[in-house]
Design a protein around this ligand. Structure first.
Ligand code: NAD
Length: 301
């Protein structure tokens, strides 16, 4: 069994959709997986809440000072990630943060350096890479030469505190980078109608082989959550996510297992490096897209 001393006591910060799932998954971890080493000790919220799934609310001060709490899950809206990550890293706690870890590339670099200095794990969740659909898409794309690509996401409206669409939509950008390698931004623009909560961001990217990729994030009330893809290759065109059977282990649970493996030192250095590099590259692109979009809209007015 798991003796209490080799367990990673955890706190969940922010009890929204993601926070609820983190509590749920730690209460029933995948049997015989590294996630069994986590035990949820409490949650933190700006609201005063009753017990959640049998777990008690605790104060930030308590979480920071308790020796039996070694891990924080940061599940708040994006705007509050930086402050929470910094606070827990400073206290020597490991941190798992729901994407995106920060609202600028510079901040993410600082946070990662801080984690290294403190000798703790900093992990950014990427459930979008763990879906059966995406895993199949990645297999289908492997070995093909991209000529031109298009990814259009719709959803919304964008919730307050989730930031510029290039950051709130980092999962789509991460897809593109994971499928086609490191990218550059050639142009970006933004259309916004605040009264109607409408937002459309268009980013033009190119691959290392100079092949164009267009990424659009469109958010408005009533838009259903969907992704439209069109990837033209030398040999064929993919216009739909491949059908794939849903896996028995949920995507948040898969991420929890990966994070736990990192805590246990079971993830190879190369993989850790590649992940850090991908995360920072995506945030750097998001930064650039935001800059170019805002420059464009300043010129319009
Ligand atoms: P959410 O809106 O459900 O919750 C976000 C925050 O708002 C939490 O701190 C929560 O405590 C607070 N909150 C929620 N309802 C509230 C209410 N009625 N009154 C006051 N505060 C309230 O957002 P979420 O989907 O859980 O997203 C949290 C983080 O997880 C974000 O960084 C997001 O990018 C990331 N994420 C979410 C998902 C997902 O499937 N939901 C997937 C990947 C990443």
């Amino acid at each position: 069994g798991n003796s209490e001393k080799d367990m990673f006591g955890s706190v969940v910060v922010g009890i929204g959709t993601a926070g609820f799932v983190r509590v749920r998954d730690m209460l029933a971890p995948l049997p015989s997986s590294a996630a069994e080493k986590l035990s949820v000790k409490g949650f933190i919220s700006r609201r005063i809440l009753e017990e959640q799934q049998g777990v008690k609310q605790i104060t930030v001060e308590d979480a920071l000072s308790r020796d039996d709490i070694k891990v924080a899950f940061v599940c708040t809206e994006n705007a509050a990630h930086e402050e929470n990550i910094r606070m827990f890293l400073e206290a020597g706690k490991h941190v798992c943060v729901e994407y995106p870890m920060a609202m600028t590339h510079k901040t993410a670099v600082e946070l990662w350096d801080l984690a290294q200095e403190k000798g703790v794990v900093l992990h950014e969740e990427h459930i979008e890479l763990l879906t059966a659909d995406f895993k199949q898409l990645k297999k289908d794309v492997a070995g093909k030469r991209l000529e031109e690509g298009f990814l259009h996401f719709t959803g919304g409206p964008l919730k307050p505190g989730f930031g510029f669409p290039a950051f709130s939509g980092i999962a789509r950008l991460t897809w593109l980078v994971d499928l086609f390698g490191e990218l550059s931004v050639t142009a970006a623009s933004m259309e916004e109608d605040q009264q109607n909560k409408y937002m459309k961001m268009t980013a033009q990217l190119i691959t290392k082989e100079q092949k164009p990729l267009t990424w659009i994030e469109e958010w408005a009330p009533g838009l259903s959550r969907a992704k439209d893809i069109n990837f033209r290759f030398d040999s064929c065109t993919i216009t739909q996510l491949p059908p794939a059977t849903r896996e028995p282990v949920g995507i948040f649970m898969q991420d929890l297992v990966l994070f736990s493996q990192k805590l246990l030192g079971q993830v190879p250095r190369d993989q850790l490096h590649a992940e850090r590099r991908r995360v920072l590259h995506c945030l750097e692109l998001a930064d650039r897209i935001q800059q170019l979009s805002l420059q464009g809209s300043a010129q319009d007015t």
